[in-house]
Design a binder for this molecule. Sequence first.
Ligand code: CU
Length: 167
Amino acid sequence: MGRKNTIFLVLIVALITNEAMAEQHVVGGKQGWDASTDFNSWVSGQTFKVGDQLVFKYSSGLHSVVELGGESEYKNCDLGNTVNSMNSGNDVVKLNKPGTRYFACGTLGHCGQGMKLKITTVSGTSSPASSSSSSSSSSPTSSSVSQCFSSLVFIVALLIVSLLNQF
Ligand SMILES: [Cu+2]
């Protein structure tokens, strides 16, 4: 019985930690993936880290999501050479490595109306060079990393305890 409780606790902590480490970015915020949303200003308020997810929310059938191959396709709304396409209305894209990715709506004309997105994913451990204006001594990046690390230590400790309880 003690063993079951411990395993249960470990699972809960693991879920909470996973939630804290990986962020879900709902594209466009409350307005979602829509022609009226200003995606440039939405992007400027976000930090995309490796492990985070993009969620495109929209009315299925009205819009779709295509991933574009590069900068020129993004600039010219060239949808003839797409990397990936989704149309569920609740599409999740995992940002699994650093770099720039380009998305657009696949519906004719919508990309030209502004339904396109350029995001740059940064590695979670890099120092925040862009936000140097802050006078605070503790950067948010380092605190979240150490929080993440201490949670991992906690999980490992709980796992060891649960293993010991088995014998
Ligand atoms: Cu659209």
